[in-house]
Design a protein around this ligand. Structure first.
Ligand code: GTP
Length: 334
């Protein structure tokens, strides 16, 4: 079976990390998100993945020069301009000649869902489209569904105002679609599957949802990107684990690394303390610095203290500086 993975978004909520690396290429447990995602699809019987690319396509093509990732064949569809989720699915599926039931995944979602289970459920219901659903405490930031007694989606509401959500079951970003869904999407137009296509399919009674309690995280915001890394480190993923310190990292023997990941080529100086933090490839933490609850791609000077910060590749924290709850460089105002 074939899948389309959406990887063409701007990743604005993860700025400034996404200034230099597109979101799905950011590492979780030292491995790019897209690689973990494609490997999980392969375990569920997906043989071919088309990456729906737009913004910054080159890093994907360069990362997988053989056109293969974890035993799954990769194809690339590069949009001439951003088409939003439905437009991107139509463009990528058409470009790669998909004309059978297929799977779609948001490129920033990590889950232990067995996609073969979702496909079986879809076929058993005779669905036109099937969503993977997850129960969350606060659904207001997601697409929320109301199901009837036969798992049919009665209503699909994208990001309802707090307190108005019809349930706590949300769209978890993995779908099974019939090719007829493509004919619902006007060509070459910017259009959202969440706001336009799913509500229309629900109106025609063809949209179903399978709720599971598999591991699931949307890595699109800094706190969740950090959490996804800590989860792999803690062994919470069924098939994935990682070491805290990558063998190619350079960590001084007197540094303290607690519940943190240090990527290849990163350095941590003498006496530095790093807790609940991801130090990405190429980053440097100076001697005596204290870094907590942060994601670091840039440079942290000696004896600086950094808490709850996101530091991009060009971000520099000066010697002895104290930084709390900030992004460097600061994203430009919209
Ligand atoms: P934010 O800017 O932080 O909202 O991130 P995003 O741009 O990735 O948007 P969002 O997380 O809502 O997108 C969900 C998925 O769809 C992600 O995997 C995106 O890469 C992808 N996506 C969003 N818009 C487009 C688009 O216009 N084209 C393509 N190909 N993918 C898209």
């Amino acid at each position: 079976m074939r899948a389309v993975v959406l990887v063409g978004g701007f990743g604005t909520r993860l700025l400034p990390l996404t200034l230099s690396i597109p979101k799905p290429m950011l590492p979780v447990g030292h491995v790019p998100i897209i690689e973990r995602l494609v490997a999980q699809l392969g375990r569920g019987g997906i043989s071919d993945v088309t990456l729906a690319l737009g913004f910054k396509p080159e890093p994907f093509v360069e990362a997988f020069p053989s056109g293969e990732c974890g035993g799954v064949a990769l194809h690339y569809a590069v949009e001439p301009q951003p088409l939003d989720t439905a437009g991107a699915i139509r463009f990528a599926a058409t470009a790669s000649g998909i004309d059978e039931t297929f799977v779609v995944v948001n490129g920033d979602v990590l889950t232990d869902l067995d996609v073969a289970q979702l496909v079986r459920f879809h076929r058993d219901r005779g669905a036109e489209a099937t969503l993977h659903l997850i129960a969350v405490p606060d659904p207001s930031a997601f697409g929320v569904v109301a199901l009837d007694g036969e798992d049919r989606v009665e209503r699909f509401v994208e990001k309802p105002a707090p307190g108005t959500a019809p349930s706590n079951l949300v769209n978890a970003g993995t779908y099974v679609l019939e090719p007829s869904v493509l004919r619902r999407i006007p060509g070459d137009e910017k259009i959202s599957i969440e706001r336009a296509t799913f509500p229309a399919i629900a109106d025609g009674r063809g949209l179903f949802g399978l709720a599971t309690d598999d591991y699931w995280i949307d890595t699109g915001q800094p706190e969740f990107y950090l959490q996804a890394n800590l989860d792999v480190l803690a062994g919470l993923r069924r098939n994935d684990r990682c070491q805290a310190v990558h063998p190619d990292a350079n960590v001084d023997g007197t540094a303290t690394i607690e519940n943190a990941l240090i990527g290849p080529g990163a350095t941590v100086g003498a006496g530095a303390v790093v807790r609940r933090t991801v130090v990405l490839s190429g980053a440097a933490i100076g001697e005596g610095a204290a870094v907590t609850d942060s994601v670091i791609m840039g440079q942290v000077g000696p004896n600086a203290s950094v808490h709850d910060c996101v530091i991009g590749a060009t971000g520099v924290i000066g010697s002895g500086e104290h930084l709390h709850h900030q992004r460097r460089p600061q994203p430009a105002p919209k």
